[in-house]
Design a protein around this ligand. Structure first.
Ligand code: 13P
Length: 260
């Protein structure tokens, strides 16, 4: 039985002064232990948010990690630096693919660094609008998953604790959302890709989340899909009441799975 996960990506929002208070307010609103809950604040607030969330059951995630272990990389943060502060790390977010030109090969190396440091990677994948309209969404996502995992699998066994987040680029921050059935179809594509490069057992064990304008209104559509194991939330992840409703809905899914 796969975990049900709700992760909030705060992106470049909040300051070190206000992040701990917001984290505490969200944690108090999402006290649902059946759901794996993760908050990913900006790197500069990781320590303060980790302290604020101590004892709440809500985990801390980094929004990025460097592809090298250490060295002359000014301004960068390695997986081992994050390890004391976070237990999760986002890799390959579409905003970094777009703005920092991150490639599948680089993202694969980031997964390796996460595994070495004991961080659970959240691998983000998703197609552009033109790719969806051309009918190529499945091909794009399959390629992203297979290419990143091929790098990771050259370095070792299947990455422990890997989660894949399907985030169609056209749905991020736009208010447009994928249909639940379409997201489930891509979740199946992701599992087929994992099965192809690793094993069917790894594919079946890997949680797949949906992200892209998830709100309290749209969350149920994804959390009702057996192939989808949770939500990756951006804008709504900064709002305690929105997070309360999303995690509350996720808890229904978690309880239904346990009872099934
Ligand atoms: P929004 O929920 O703001 O669309 O962002 C989703 C996202 O990118 C999470 O990583």
């Amino acid at each position: 039985m796969r975990e049900v996960i709700v992760a909030a990506n705060w992106k470049m929002n909040t300051t070190p002064a206000d992040a701990p208070g917001l984290a505490r307010a969200i944690a108090a609103a999402i006290a649902e232990p059946e759901v794996v809950r993760v908050i990913c604040p900006p790197a500069i607030s990781l320590a303060a948010v980790a302290a604020a969330l101590d004892g709440t059951g809500v985990a801390v995630g980094a929004q990025n990690v460097h592809a090298e272990s250490a060295g002359a990389y000014t301004g960068e943060i390695s997986a081992s630096m994050l390890a004391g502060l976070a237990t999760w790390a986002i890799v390959g977010h579409s905003e970094r693919r777009r703005d920092q030109g991150e490639t599948d090969e680089l993202i694969g190396r980031k997964i390796v660094r996460c595994v070495e440091a004991g961080l659970r990677p959240i691998l983000c994948v998703g197609e552009q609008l033109a790719e969806r309209e051309a009918g190529h969404a499945d091909r794009t996502v399959r390629g992203q998953v297979e290419a990143a995992l091929a790098v990771a699998l050259r370095a070792g066994p299947f990455p422990a604790g890997l989660v894949v987040a399907y985030e169609p680029v056209w749905a991020i921050g736009t208010g447009r959302t994928a249909r639940g059935a379409d997201a489930a179809e891509i979740a199946a594509v992701i599992r087929a890709a994992i099965g192809h490069v690793a094993s069917v057992a790894a594919a079946e064990a890997t949680p797949v989340l949906y992200g892209g304008s998830v709100t309290s209104t749209s969350a149920a559509e994804y959390l009702a899909e057996p192939a989808i194991d949770g939500a990756f939330v951006g804008g709504a992840g900064l709002k305690p009441d929105e997070m309360a409703a999303i995690v509350g809905r996720a808890a229904l899914t978690a309880r239904a799975r346990r009872g099934a």
